[in-house]
Design a protein around this ligand. Structure first.
Ligand SMILES: Cc1ncc(COP(=O)(O)O)c(C=O)c1O
Length: 422
C-alpha cells in the first residue's frame, strides 16, 4: 500500500460517516474496520483499554505502509530515496495542518520532543540561557532542563503548581523577567490533563520581556482544535505516539516563520540558528559541494539534521491522516461526550472523578497510591495509568476513552473501576 492509497481508504471511510457530529454507530460501522487488528484483542481478552493518552492504538494500514516503504527498498535500492523523502514531506504537511502552522517546511521531524527542545536550546545565541519552566513538565523535558542546569549550560527557574497540582498562568507570568531568555511550558500538563489557560498572554509577556517560548504540545496535539500559529510561540515540540496513533520515534519541532531565513546561507552569530545539524540541512545537500563555512538551506530545511529515520513517517502517517480527515474539532466533541458518559457512570457506581474544568482528553480519579490503584485496575481488566499529582503526595489515575471505546465498554469500565478501587 502507498500513501495515496491509504489516504483514499481513509477519505472513503470518513466520508461514509457523513458530516457533523460523530456517532458511535457510524464509528463502529466505518472506522472500527480500519482497526481490525488491534480490536481483535477484544475477542481474546476482556481488557478495556483506557490508556489512549499514553500509547495510541494503531490502524491496520500502519504495517501495510511500513511494508510498502521496505518493499520499495528491495525493489528500487537507492531509487527509493525520492519516495522516502516524499513521505517525510507528507509527514511535515500533515503535522503543519494539525497545528495550523503556516509553512509545512517549518515542521522538522525529530525522534523525540526532547530532541526538539535540545535543538532550540543549543541554537539560542547565549552561553548560559536563563530559562523559566514549570514543575508540571513531562519527565523528558524536565530531565533535559535539569541536565543543562547541572552542567551550567542554562539556569532554570522552576514555577510551582498550586496546592491542587495545577498551573496558574499568573505564576508563570510573574516568573518571567527581563533576564529570561527562554520559557518552556506545556499547553496541556501531562499528569493532570490540565489545559493551561491564557497561553497567548504568557507568550506575549515572554516576548515583551525579550524571551522566546518553546511550547510542548504533546497532550494537545490531535486533542484540541488549536491554532498554534496564532498563539505565537516561537517553537512547538510534540509527537505522535499518543492521540495521533503514530507510534514511537515520530516527533517534531515546529519553527515559527519569524525564526526562518528564507534566503538560507550562513546565519548571523546573534540569530537563533541550529547547530544540531547535518548534511540534510545544507543548501543543495545532494550537490556534495563544500564551502569554507556552513551554508544552510533556506527556510525550515535549515533545521533538518543528518540522514533521518524514514520508516517512522510511514508508521505515523495513517493516524495523522485519519485525525486530519475526521477533524480535531469533531474528535474533541466526541471525546467530551465520552468523558461525560464515563464520569456519569463512575458517579452512578459511587466513585467521584476529579473533573478539571479545563481538561484535555482524559478524566482523573485521585488516589493515595497510584501504583497500587493501577495494579488493582489491571487485575480487573482495566488498562489505565497513574501519575503523581505535581507538588502533592497524592496520585491521579488517568482514564482516556477514544473513538474505539464503545459506550458499553465505558459503562462496564465504570463498574470495574468502582469495584477495583473500593
Ligand atoms: C507533555 C509531554 N511531552 C513530551 C513527552 C515525550 O517526550 P519525549 O518525546 O522526549 O520522550 C510526553 C510523553 O508522555 C509528554 O506527555
Amino acid at each position: 500500500m502507498n500513501i495515496n492509497e491509504a489516504q483514499r481508504v481513509i477519505t472513503d471511510a470518513v466520508g461514509r460517516m457523513g458530516p457533523g457530529a460523530l456517532s458511535e454507530e457510524a464509528l463502529v460501522q466505518h472506522i472500527h474496520p480500519l482497526f481490525s487488528r488491534v480490536l481483535a484483542r477484544n475477542e481474546k481478552s476482556s481488557e478495556i483499554y483506557l490508556a489512549n493518552h499514553s500509547l495510541g492504538r494503531p490502524m491496520d494500514m500502519v504495517s501495510d505502509l511500513v511494508q510498502g516503504a521496505l518493499d520499495g527498498w528491495y525493489e528500487q535500492l537507492d531509487g527509493v530515496w525520492n519516495a522516502w523523502l516524499d513521505a517525510r514531506d507528507r509527514y511535515r504537511a500533515e503535522i503543519a495542518a494539525m497545528l495550523c502552522w503556516p509553512d509545512e517546511r517549518a515542521v522538522v521531524p525529530k525522534t523525540s520532543a526532547a530532541q526538539g527542545l535540545r535543538a532550540v536550546l543549543n541554537a539560542v545565541p547565549v552561553q548560559m540561557p536563563s530559562i523559566v519552566s514549570t514543575e508540571c513538565e513531562f519527565d523528558s523535558i524536565d530531565f533535559v532542563l535539569k541536565a543543562y542546569h547541572d552542567k551550567e549550560r542554562a539556569f532554570v527557574r522552576w514555577v510551582k503548581p498550586d496546592k491542587n497540582g495545577l498551573m496558574q498562568p499568573e505564576t508563570i507570568i510573574k516568573a518571567i523577567s527581563s533576564n529570561t531568555d527562554v520559557v518552556v511550558l506545556s499547553a496541556v500538563c501531562f499528569a493532570t490533563g490540565q489545559v493551561v489557560q491564557s497561553l497567548k498572554e504568557i507568550i506575549d509577556e515572554a516576548h515583551e520581556k525579550g524571551a522566546i517560548v518553546v511550547l510542548d504540545a504533546y497532550h494537545a496535539f490531535g486533542v484540541l482544535p488549536l491554532d498554534f500559529a496564532a498563539l505565537g510561540a516561537d517553537f512547538i515540540i510534540g509527537g505522535n505516539y499518543k492521540y495521533t496513533r503514530g507510534g514511537a520515534g515520530a516527533c517534531y519541532l515546529a519553527v515559527h516563520p519569524r525564526h526562518l531565513d528564507s534566503s538560507g546561507g550562513q546565519s548571523a552569530p546573534d540569530s537563533i540558528s541550529p547547530i544540531d545539524t547535518g548534511w540534510f540541512a545544507k543548501r543543495e545537500p545532494f550537490s556534495y559541494k563544500r564551502s569554507g563555512n556552513s551554508l544552510f538551506a533556506p527556510g525550515g530545511d535549515a533545521w533538518l539534521e543528518a540522514t533521518p529515520p524514514v520508516l517512522t513517517y510511514y508508521q505515523a502517517l495513517p493516524g495523522l491522516m485519519l485525525t486530519n480527515t475526521i477533524g480535531v474539532d469533531r474528535l474533541r466533541a466526541y471525546s467530551r461526550t465520552q468523558q461525560k458518559l464515563l464520569a456519569d457512570q463512575l458517579e452512578a457506581n459511587g466513585v467521584t472523578p476529579l473533573l478539571l474544568k479545563n481538561r484535555g482528553a482524559y478524566i482523573l480519579i485521585e488516589h493515595h497510591d497510584g501504583r497500587e490503584a493501577v495494579n488493582r485496575l489491571k487485575a480487573s481488566g482495566i488498562n489505565a495509568d497513574a501519575r503523581p499529582l505535581p507538588g502533592t503526595d497524592r496520585w491521579v489515575v488517568r482514564l482516556c476513552p477514544d473513538l474505539l471505546n464503545t459506550n458499553a465498554e465505558l459503562e462496564e469500565s465504570a463498574r470495574r473501576i468502582a469495584k477495583a478501587l473500593a
